[in-house]
Design a protein around this ligand. Structure first.
Ligand code: MEV
Length: 436
């Protein structure tokens, strides 16, 4: 297979032409790649420059979950998601909890970590005793970078030397803790780490005819257990009445606890339980221009901190009180990255009343807890498909290219019928046959 070099030098038109010539993309479908361009050319320019090899914009819907009461403040929270029923589920849970005191959230630390992984072939005890001096050279070298971050309320918090030679020959880490104020801070952290690596390489004590440092890599860690949010809801058990009337409040609480216990002990269920949490978190992170993969990677690792992958939520039913809590690391920013340049992110931030990073962490966690609470509540009562398929019906109607009249007929018919792809297909066929 021939590999095309120089693709990155192509302009957008040339890239699309290339795809028409080298894939099954037709010329008419290729024209559709322009359909979702921003009407304002400055905005489109920003979007095109955000990534490499841009060929078009990829639209995803943004909706809003209103009534999210978090620490006594009411928020309208924009969600960007491709999955129908995520917003409906979060809205239902948010309304339910707004009537019962809302979500509470607290931040437990904002510390992030980075590592310089290196080898050194000298005696471990001598690098250990030299480290104090080395650390002051590292602090000097990074002072310019750090002082800018200090002005914003962050900085380098701690630098440790970890001797890992028992695990891998000659292997050490500089293990560095950072605070990055309202930025996610990846660029600050990585710049500091690379500067620290330069100090290690240039140091005369560590590099001579006998011993040398070799830098393996310098990179932030996306595992951020010290940048963590705890979000919870609580109410007297008898106040749980009202999610639906299939169960009494007490039965609901007990069954809910069983479902959470199962997510704690069974990996297959835990992954799905946590996926439901990320339905809400990712939707908020997408809308606010944050990195969904970093938060998901960290969250799933955190879910395994006991040595087994478990659900990220915990429940207690004591003294007649239902308390349901989500605890997870979320390292995100409200400045830096694309947060200030993306034309829609700016709007989203205004809708959220321009939160700082800790507040956005709380909002994202509340969104995750809302989605999870709604999912588990449905699962233990009506089942998930009833609500899910109702929301999915509109996707199916688009797929069958129904007319407006057919759409009304189908929706009316399925108000009280079980929705499935086959049932909808057959019913549309029936309508169309009856007309012909
Ligand atoms: C679907 O996107 C999410 C759920 O599967 C979550 C769960 O099972 O808890 C409904």
């Amino acid at each position: 297979m021939s590999v095309k070099s120089g693709f990155s030098k192509f302009n957008r038109k040339q890239r699309i032409e290339y795809l028409v010539n080298h894939s099954e993309l037709s010329e008419s479908d290729a024209l559709g790649l322009n359909d979702f361009d921003a009407p304002n050319s400055d905005q489109q320019h920003v979007i095109s420059e955000m990534i490499e090899n841009h060929i078009g914009n990829f639209p995803l819907p943004m909706g809003v979950v209103s009534n999210m009461l978090i620490n006594g403040h009411s928020f309208s929270v924009p969600f960007v998601t491709e999955e129908s029923s995520v917003i409906a589920a979060a809205s239902k849970a948010s309304k339910f909890w707004a009537e019962r005191g809302g979500f509470k959230a607290k931040i437990e630390g904002l510390t992030k970590k980075g590592q310089v992984h290196f080898t050194w072939n000298g005696n471990p005890s001598s690098i250990g005793s030299y480290f104090k001096e080395l650390k002051s050279k590292i602090n000097d070298a990074t002072s310019d970078l750090a002082s800018k971050m200090e002005q914003r309320g962050g900085g380098i918090k701690e630098i440790k030397l970890l001797d890992k030679t028992a695990e891998l020959p000659n292997y050490y880490q500089l293990d560095v803790s950072f605070e990055t104020a309202n930025a996610m801070g990846a660029n600050f952290i990585n710049s500091c780490l690379e500067k620290m690596a330069e100090v290690l390489l240039a140091d005369k004590e560590l590099n001579n005819e006998k011993y040398q440092v070799e830098i393996i890599m310098s990179i932030l860690s996306n595992y951020t257990p010290d940048c963590k949010v705890i979000c919870w809801v609580e109410c007297p058990i008898e106040k749980l009445q009202g999610w639906n009337n299939e169960l009494t409040a007490n039965e609901f609480a007990l069954k809910f606890k069983q479902a959470v216990d199962i997510a704690n002990l069974d990996i297959s269920r835990a992954v799905t339980h946590n996926k439901g949490i990320f339905n809400g978190i990712d939707a908020v992170l997408m809308a606010t221009g944050n990195d969904t993969r970093a938060t998901a990677a960290s969250g799933h690792a955190f879910a395994s901190r006991s040595g087994q992958y478990r659900g990220l939520t915990a429940i207690s039913l004591s003294d007649g009180l239902f308390k349901y809590q989500l605890e997870l690391p979320i390292a995100i920013g409200t400045v830096g990255g694309i947060t200030k340049i993306h034309p829609v992110v700016k709007t989203v931030m205004s809708v959220l009343n321009n939160p700082d990073a800790p507040r956005l962490m709380s909002i994202a966690a509340a969104a995750g807890l809302a989605n999870n609470f709604a999912a588990v509540s449905s699962l233990i009562t009506t089942g998930i498909q009833k609500g899910h398929m109702k929301m999915h019906l509109s996707n199916m109607l688009h797929e069958f290219k129904v007319t407006e009249a057919e759409k009304h007929q189908v929706i009316a018919h399925f108000a009280n019928e079980t929705i499935s792809f086959k049932a909808v297909e057959e019913y549309i066929q029936l309508i169309r046959n009856s007309k012909s």
